[in-house]
Design a protein around this ligand. Structure first.
Ligand code: HGY
Ligand code: MN
Ligand code: MN
Ligand code: MN
Length: 408
């Protein structure tokens, strides 16, 4: 059975070596904190005979070689990067539970036929570069051109960040092929309330919600706050009106079907007593149905037209990143479910409101996701929490499902 103490030690060590800003865990891609996290994982991999290697953009792999090294691999993992001031379970728990499954495989003395590969992806969060970047490079969706025309909030080019971090940026050694793997499994915290509120040990994911992120720039004119309301070109009020009109519509017409958030807002010149001539902000749509994402994008564009007229401003709309709703492989999901059942762990079928690397790997491999509870639904903050015993149950299920997949 999985060792909850080992899981705890790994997660708390990773937490303590991140860029501790006091307010939670911050480990952005291509930073010194990220490098320290990768080196720690490599040590833990080597200690159990896994051979670690990083690809050209910073995805880390650890191989527990099987009896038939040429057979398609079984891969499990998640992301090592975080949003700012996050918790230390999001993404990280999936890596450590995959590592724990590898340790259990090693300790069992019964090698698999396939190589089991633990994976830690980079750039999954959009906190520095657009989200799901490591996996998109791995499947060939991102190219050399992406490295040259993608910048972080400080204007650092992605290609420079990769090279300055000490990686080759070589996409040949980064590329993963359909024939590489027979399964990709991602354990992740639910980042919602269902498992916690129902006291259920594990979630078997059916659909991963799709996402569509936009960056809108509103252009107006700086003027004095005493400028009459009906002639000013106030890009902040226009932005707030747009966001609340969209949010009110989603809350009213898409309850339980879609959500919207605006997590980033920048105003220029950002002074109390100057009407902003420019606002730049994000819109993040999520839904399990493509038609809802399309309808919400159309709603946003319609609202932009109305507000441009009413506020005498102009909007630019840029798509920042998008991923379609993604179904999990039913055979692999059933194996996770049967494994939980055989172990006597409670489980339920559910969707994932959050996006994951698994939805990108689903384009080339069969994927399945296993959820562990998020206490009170907290995530992307210091309060994020999953009991270590629950993570051990997740690792037990991963281990058992890996054995089943190996016999396919
Ligand atoms: O944004 C997400 O859904 C995930 O936390 N990267
Ligand atoms: Mn996240
Ligand atoms: Mn995550
Ligand atoms: Mn993920």
């Amino acid at each position: 059975m999985a060792n909850a103490k080992r899981i705890q030690k790994d997660l708390e060590t990773l937490r303590d070596i991140s860029a501790g800003s006091g307010e939670g865990t911050t480990r952005l891609s291509y930073t010194p904190a990220y490098r320290k996290g990768v080196e720690y994982l490599k040590e833990q991999m080597r200690a159990f005979g896994l051979v670690p290697h990083e690809d050209g953009v910073g995805n880390l792999y650890g191989d527990l070689t099987g009896q038939n090294p040429d057979a398609p691999k079984i891969i499990s993992g998640s992301h090592l990067d975080t949003v700012h001031c996050s918790g230390y379970f999001d993404g990280q728990a999936g890596i450590i539970c995959a590592l724990e499954a590898a340790r259990m495989l090693k300790e069992s003395g019964e090698p698999l036929n396939s190589t089991f590969q633990v994976m830690a992806t980079i750039m999954e969060e959009g906190a520095r570069f657009p989200s799901l970047g490591g996996s998109r490079f791995a499947i060939g969706e991102h190219t050399e051109e992406t490295m040259e025309n993608t910048f972080d909030m400080d204007g650092v080019k992605l290609g420079d960040a990769i090279r300055e971090y000490g990686l080759s940026g070589n996409l040949e050694e980064t590329r993963r092929r359909p024939e590489d793997a027979k399964a990709f499994l991602e354990l992740h915290m639910e980042q919602g309330l269902k498992l916690d509120q129902t006291g259920t040990d594990l979630g078997i994911v059916e659909t991963i919600y799709g996402s569509r992120w936009f960056i809108l720039t509103c252009h107006g004119a700086t003027s004095h706050p005493s400028t009459p309301m009906d002639i000013r070109k106030d890009t902040a009020l226009a932005a707030y009106k747009l966001i609340t009109n969209i949010a009110d519509t989603v809350a009213r017409d898409y309850a339980g079907k879609a959500t919207v958030t605006s997590g980033r807002m920048q105003l220029y010149p950002n002074d109390i007593n100057a009407i902003p001539s420019r606002s730049q902000f994000s819109i993040d749509f999520r839904s399990g149905k493509l038609e809802h994402l399309d309808a919400l994008e159309a709603l946003m564009r319609e609202q932009v037209r109305l507000i441009e007229k009413a506020y005498r401003v102009r909007f630019d709309i840029a798509l920042h990143s998008a991923a379609p709703p993604t179904d999990n492989n039913p055979v692999l999901s059933k194996m996770l479910e049967d494994s939980a059942e055989e172990l006597g762990y409670s489980h339920m079928r559910m969707d994932s409101g959050a996006g994951h690397d698994a939805m990108i790997f689903a384009k080339i491999w069969n994927i399945a996701m296993l959820f562990v509870p998020s206490r009170d639904g907290y995530t992307h903050c210091r309060q994020e929490w999953t009991d270590y015993e629950n993570l051990a149950k997740g690792a037990d299920v991963l281990y058992r499902a890996i054995r089943k997949i190996d016999k396919l």
